[in-house]
Design a protein. Structure first.
Length: 242
């Protein structure tokens, strides 16, 4: 994450413009105006739609920016009631933040400790003009996708697999015997590519069957596994009567 934006402008992604807003505009020419959206035509003929900063902005009051090819980020939302729902997949891929002022103050406390940002100071910046606060040192972002987890009470929680990744991964694991590891990685992670200069041979096979007689991928990588030493059972001594 490289910076946060207070009072962000929402620049609608092209996929939403052409798949949703333009068809809606054909049905109702006033729909964008009623939503507070501005439509402009770029020099190349493409359409640009944006929503100016404000209380009703789809991104809320703060956007947390970590540039990526998917055009996703974390952001506030005017629809606070959605946090009361168990299912949260209401966005187009971005991640809503429930307490953005506290989150922003925590992040800025890490990268700009001398500025003494507090939630109150962040809220005092709310208005209609964009304010970018850049991080001197970027904060690493790691996004995980989980459909099963254990909560603080130790109870297993299951959620809907909205991206369909569980079924795809299960199919890969069930049919992985004898397949090239690189193809398994490529199928499970669409953005995966073989690292430059990788010394991993292309014919290495991933084998999940530990009872197989041939060496598995992990055996080839780390060497054959040493079987655990046999457990010696000491028999109790019998008392010899005198």
């Amino acid at each position: 994450m490289k910076f946060i934006t207070v009072n962000p402008t929402w620049n609608v992604p092209p996929s939403i413009i052409y798949n949703e807003y333009l068809p809606a505009l054909q049905q109702d020419p006033t729909v964008l105006q009623r939503m507070g959206l501005r439509l402009e035509r770029n020099r190349d003929g493409s359409i640009h739609i944006s929503q100016p900063p404000g209380e009703g902005n789809a991104l809320g009051r703060i956007r947390f920016n970590f540039p990526n090819k998917f055009l996703v980020y974390q952001h506030d939302t005017p629809d606070k009631h959605l946090f009361a729902k168990e299912e949260r997949a209401f966005s187009h891929g971005c991640m809503r933040v429930q307490n953005p002022d506290q989150y922003a103050a925590t992040l800025l406390g890490i990268v700009l400790p001398n500025e003494r940002y507090t939630p109150e100071k962040i809220r005092g910046m709310y208005g209609r003009s964009e304010i970018d606060i850049k991080f001197p040192t970027p904060i690493p972002v790691n996004i995980t996708y989980q459909t099963a987890f254990v909560d603080d009470a130790g109870k297993l929680q299951l959620r809907k697999d909205v991206y369909g990744r569980d079924a795809a991964m299960q199919a890969i694991l069930r049919g992985a015997r004898g397949k090239d590891l690189e193809s398994v990685m490529a199928r499970s992670q669409p953005g995966y590519s073989r690292p430059a200069g990788s010394s991993l041979p292309s014919n290495v096979a991933f084998n999940s069957d530990f009872g197989n007689s041939g060496p598995s991928f992990f055996d080839r990588l780390f060497g054959p596994r040493t079987p655990p030493p046999p457990v010696r059972v000491q028999r109790p001594r019998r008392a010899i009567p005198r």
